[in-house]
Design a protein around this ligand. Structure first.
Ligand code: FNR
Length: 359
């Protein structure tokens, strides 16, 4: 991995702490869970032509791999979220913009390919006017769904951020808020993690199902809950008429010891069966066979977080494009070698779960 030259301009502590120590042992542990699922290929099926297209909430995407929201992408590359969005939408897939982006809702919309799928990730602030403003602007700028992150009423204890006294470098700000707002510049170096302090002061720890009802009342965008991991919560999501669930554990950055998303996926898929709720997954997707496994277990599409950041740090828009192309091409190959020519062909019988996790 080569880091973008501008990355060297930043305080190494921020850089290493924020992005690269995120590939921690916790993440490695999450990865191992994919190895437990083995493929059962069907042969002699004519796989000379394959169609990897699918859709998210009625919007076509060229392949079932899109980009998860990750905050503060200008720390990885000067073009940050705009480069990521351009890369994804130029390939015909989509991107979720973080509430905590360092490029604004408007800048990213302008950078996307025309009609390029873009979705907005929402953190629910204590101040409802702040939330209303974000939602209104996302709607106006052509974002077509709201991914509400439900696993972060309080920030997990991220020891690397604590050790590094994580702060947003002073030349950057959270671009979705006016410069006058504490919301824009509040991720400051403190005794502890600046991000943890920011969340504690501004994000609503009382987040609950009533907030979801309220959000539905203020937007016509479909609502996807990002962070659901159990059948119980998936059933409640169906009862609250949400449009989608992203099975996610926030890249193993919130609750230590939580389920791996690939293991949580089947129970969530089962719990929403018979409803129109779409199920997606993120967390630990690094190769085409990971995508294949998630789809065989019932995900409609998968999202990648860290890999897109690595591509961004390596070579901006071209780097993110490269990462997406690599995983897309591996996915198409794994379809071919498993005897599948369309997404609909990827069924649960193509997967077998080993009973034991070999470390
Ligand atoms: C994240 N993630 C995240 N999630 C979210 O809802 N809003 C956010 O602003 C962020 N920011 C963020 C920053 C960084 C540096 C990382 C690594 C992750 C979580 C993200 O959306 C996603 O759930 C995980 O990253 C998926 O796991 P992988 O693909 O990184 O293994």
């Amino acid at each position: 991995m080569h880091y973008h030259k501008d990355a060297k301009l930043f305080n190494n502590k921020f850089w290493v702490g924020y992005f690269f120590s995120q590939s921690s042992s916790v993440e490695a542990e999450g990865r191992r869970h994919y190895f437990r699922y083995r493929l059962r290929p069907k042969l002699l099926r004519d796989v000379s032509k394959r169609d990897v297209r699918t859709s998210i909430l009625g919007q076509e995407i060229a392949f079932p791999i899109a980009v998860s929201p990750t905050a503060m992408q200008r720390m990885a590359h000067p073009e940050g979220e705009v480069a990521t969005a351009r890369a994804a939408t130029s390939l015909g897939t989509g991107v979720i913009l973080s509430s905590w982006s360092t490029s604004s809702i408007e800048e990213v919309a302008a950078g996307c390919s025309p009609n390029g799928p873009r979705w907005f990730q929402l953190y629910v602030y204590k101040d409802r006017d702040v939330v209303r403003d974000l939602v209104r602007r996302a709607e106006k700028e052509g974002y077509t769904a709201l991914f509400v992150t439900v696993d972060t009423p309080i920030l997990g204890r991220r020891l690397a951020d604590v050790r590094n006294k994580f702060a947003l470098p002073s030349h950057l700000r959270l671009a979705n808020f006016s410069t006058k707002q504490q919301h824009s510049s509040g991720v400051k170096s403190m005794q502890d993690s600046g991000l943890a302090a920011y969340v504690a002061s501004l994000i609503d720890p009382s987040l609950n199902w009533e907030h979801i009802e309220w959000l539905k009342s203020i937007t016509s965008m479909p609502i996807v809950l990002k962070g659901i991991l159990t059948a119980e919560d998936a059933k409640l999501a169906v009862q609250h008429n949400v449009d989608g669930i992203m099975v996610s554990n926030h890249g193993a950055r919130q609750l230590d010891g939580v389920l791996a998303t690939i293991d949580a996926l089947p129970e969530v898929v089962e719990a929403v069966r018979g409803s129109n709720v779409e199920v997606y997954l993120d967390g630990g997707v690094r190769s085409g066979t990971d995508v294949f496994k998630a789809i065989a277990l019932g995900a409609r599409a998968v999202f990648i977080g860290r890999p897109s950041l690595w591509g961004l740090a390596y070579d901006g828009e071209a780097g993110v494009r490269k990462v997406l192309e690599l995983i897309r091409d591996e996915f198409s190959l794994s379809m071919a070698l498993s005897g599948c020519t369309s997404i609909a062909d990827i069924t649960p019988d193509l997967i077998q779960k080993d009973r034991f996790l070999v470390m």
